[in-house]
Ligand binder design. Structure first.
Ligand SMILES: C[S@@+](CC[C@H](N)C(=O)[O-])C[C@H]1O[C@@H](n2cnc3c(N)ncnc32)[C@H](O)[C@@H]1O
Length: 350
């Protein structure tokens, strides 16, 4: 069966997550991927697992983008039509389909991505995407669990936007960059903050562990995890000393300390060497705790002081290359105009 996956963010992280989790997915537009899978249930499981996914549609075999053909597929009280990849007005088309129904109401979507998941669920809409050029009709079969994502973003016991928390969907996508199936595997975040990465890792099935140098953060992580019925070994520890308390780890996924949140441009050249020393210390220590072939998915900040771009990930190009194989670099999730760009790098212990 053929499927379309709509992703929320047009960034390299979403693209990387899709390609890591869905073999042979092809990007048909910046936010839409096409893939093949044995059943709708299987495709839904994959869509549910991804942080970047918003909506999933299946190709309706034998249905063509004509009013009569589409009308036959409508079972719900409400329906909505979009032209795949096109922003054109679809009012006339909606009316034509409605004329072929005994009863039914339509909702005109605001753009080519159809109605929002909230509207879709609230009004129980049968939603279709029409591909006129290829004579195909796709129907939405799944939308993301927005209430669950909002809960994790805004209603955990400990939320502190000032501390630079990762949005849960970004944390989930980072976890999904680890090329492992989670069951029975141990994933650790040595800079766990309030535990965003660990909540996502536990949700997809990893056994989890975490450390933070600040006692309160460790407590916050433990309580955030408890609120979701998860637990793990969470310790107060300097990330450069992970090997004091951990061993046999399959994967480390982390957004480390990225420097103080407010700084002047002329301070950058002093901030960067300190961060580089910290990251080098960590990556050296983590060699002792990672299993052979284990993975590190880590954020490296890029700074720009107007004269020069400081890419902290360049530390990997030194001696560390003997110990880690860089599988992927240049995955970004920050806005292009952000003060500090965040590059995600995937490393594998040699
Ligand atoms: C960018 S935050 C991580 C946020 C986390 N990803 C989240 O979404 O909650 C960095 C964390 O690293 C911690 N930290 C700073 N230096 C550390 C070190 N040397 N070892 C361990 N943790 C450290 C800070 O206390 C902070 O909680």
């Amino acid at each position: 069966m053929q499927f379309l996956l709509f992703v929320g963010a047009n960034n390299t992280l979403a693209a990387e997550e899709v390609s890591a989790q869905i073999k042979k997915a092809t990007q048909i537009s910046p936010n839409v991927y096409r893939f093949e899978m044995g059943s709708v249930d299987e495709a839904k499981i994959i869509a549910e697992r991804l942080g970047s996914s918003i909506k999933l549609a299946v190709l309706l075999e034998g249905v063509i983008p004509g009013a009569k053909s589409i009308a036959k597929e409508i079972k719900a009280k409400n329906f909505s039509l979009s032209l795949l990849g096109k922003k054109e007005n679809t009012s006339k088309l909606h009316q034509e389909v409605k004329d072929n129904l005994e009863r039914g109401r339509f909702v005109i979507p605001k753009d080519e991505f159809g109605v929002s998941p909230v509207i879709n669920k609230k009004h129980k809409i049968d939603e279709f995407f029409l591909d006129i050029e290829n004579n195909q009709v796709w129907q939405t079969v799944w939308v993301h669990s927005f209430m669950h994502w909002i809960k994790k973003d805004r209603h955990m016991p400990h939320i502190d936007p000032q501390a630079g928390m990762l949005p849960p969907k970004i944390a989930r996508s980072m976890v999904n960059l680890v090329p492992l199936s989670p069951e029975g595997k141990i994933l650790v975040d040595p800079f766990c903050g309030s535990g965003r990465v660990l909540v996502e890792a536990a949700e997809v099935g990893y056994q989890i562990g975490g450390t933070d140098i600040v006692t309160n953060q460790v407590q916050d992580t433990i309580e955030n995890l408890q609120s979701m019925n998860f637990s793990g070994k969470i310790e107060v520890l300097d990330a450069t000393h992970l090997s004091d308390k951990f061993s046999n780890i399959d994967a480390i996924v982390t957004e480390p300390f990225l420097g103080k949140s407010k700084f002047r441009q002329d301070e950058i050249r002093y901030i960067v060497p300190g961060l580089e020393k910290l990251y080098l210390g960590c990556l050296k220590d983590w060699l002792k705790v990672l299993k052979p072939g284990g993975f590190v998915v880590m954020v490296f900040p890029w700074f720009n002081d107007g004269k020069k771009e400081y890419k902290t990930s360049e530390i990997i190009d030194g001696k560390l290359k003997l110990s880690y194989n860089p599988l992927k670099r240049g995955i970004f999730y920050s806005r292009p105009d952000a003060d500090v760009k965040r590059e995600i790098v995937i490393l594998q212990k040699q």
